[in-house]
Design a protein. Structure first.
Length: 134
């Protein structure tokens, strides 16, 4: 239960922070770097929303659909965070800042790793709880 709660909390945080960045970008037009013509924070928001949808509907849809939706969302959010973090290390000042100094791509990368790890742990926990030898 702790794993599931942590997982939902981290995903909610990801949606909230990327949504806040997307809103601020919409207002100012210069908060997030662009990927083509699309602001990166919009793409990250879509990734976190896909993860959230997969978790929210995990008992209502086929397991394959849930897996595909979750991992697609994580690939979008985590992949974007990975490349943003790499560019931040190479070029500096690529990503929006949290607290005025912490690049949000670092936060998003850590969040993606934690979310992926907790999702795998929750799947293992579920299998262990329902395994025949118990």
């Amino acid at each position: 239960m702790l794993i599931k709660s942590s997982l939902f909390g981290l995903v909610a945080f990801g949606v909230w922070r990327s949504g806040d960045l997307a809103y601020r970008h919409c207002q100012s037009g210069e908060m997030c770097p662009l990927i083509g013509v699309v602001p990166a924070c919009y793409i990250a928001l879509v990734g976190y929303l896909l993860i959230g949808i997969a978790l929210a509907l995990r008992n209502k849809l086929r397991q394959q659909v849930i897996q595909w939706t979750f991992w697609s969302g994580l690939a979008i959010a985590g992949g974007l965070a990975f490349f943003g973090s790499a560019l931040e290390l190479i070029h500096g000042h690529v990503c929006p800042r949290a607290f005025g100094w912490l690049p949000m791509c670092y936060v998003s990368l850590a969040l993606s790793v934690l979310i992926g790890g907790l999702f795998v742990a929750s799947r293992r926990e579920r299998r262990t709880l329902f395994s025949p030898e118990r």
